[in-house]
Design a protein around this ligand. Structure first.
Ligand code: IMP
Length: 199
């Protein structure tokens, strides 16, 4: 049974501006006082775990301990089936220190050049940690296919090469509002909200 978040401040333990924006928008209806780890000057811990859930927990626990406040962390990425689920937990790292997602998407497209299987999923793990060490975790995903060339300038990261099942457009071409309704992060968020906020 997850611990309920009753009121007060919540630290968002993410330093990725694209994800921060999405999470703030997803939390907007709940009237929570959200503060980012960056604004509190908290360091960004190294992601040393081997799963999305493990890395989300690591980041949430580090922020909750450092800030003495409940902290929410997200770890997410793109798994491409034909290349052994890469880039997976290394999705951010494939873009290198300059966060060059054009290059990272090019690498995925290159590796898929001679493959028939273009199935992929975005995964989002969320962890809500408390200063006493308690932590609840949630995971959501959305399946789709990798298109042959990037399309669209909305969104961030690998959005331009991912076309979700049931749609003709990529996440890069999708209005943010629509993406928020059906993304991996939205699925994980619904679980988080149902467990931690709703009575
Ligand atoms: P991390 O969770 O900070 O380790 O980074 C995950 C990486 O996965 C991001 O930097 C993006 O490249 C990618 N990613 C996660 N979610 C999305 C998404 O919704 N759209 C596009 N790329 C994403």
């Amino acid at each position: 049974m997850a611990r309920r978040f009753e009121s007060g401040k919540l630290v968002l333990a993410s330093h990725n501006p694209g994800k921060l924006k999405e999470i703030v928008e997803l939390l907007a209806p709940y009237g929570i006082d959200v503060v980012s780890a960056g604004a509190l000057g908290l360091p960004e811990p190294e992601e040393t775990e081997t799963t999305f859930i493990g890395n989300a927990r690591l980041k949430a626990v580090a922020a909750a301990t450092a800030a003495s406040l409940p902290a929410l962390a997200d770890d997410s990425g793109l798994e491409v089936m034909a290349i052994d689920r890469d880039p997976g937990i290394y999705s951010a790292r494939w873009a290198g220190p300059t966060k060059d997602f054009g290059m990272a998407m090019g690498k995925v497209l290159d590796l898929l050049k001679d493959k028939d299987d273009r199935r992929a999923r975005f995964v989002s793990a969320l962890a809500l940690a408390w200063p006493d060490g308690h932590c609840d975790e949630f995971e959501g995903d959305v399946w789709g296919e990798i298109v042959v060339a990037p399309r669209g300038t909305k969104g961030f990261g690998y959005d331009p090469i991912f076309r979700p099942d049931g749609y003709d457009i990529t996440f890069g071409e999708m209005d943010p509002q629509k993406k928020h309704e059906m993304s991996h992060r939205a699925v994980a968020f619904r679980q988080f909200v149902a467990a931690c906020f709703k009575s």
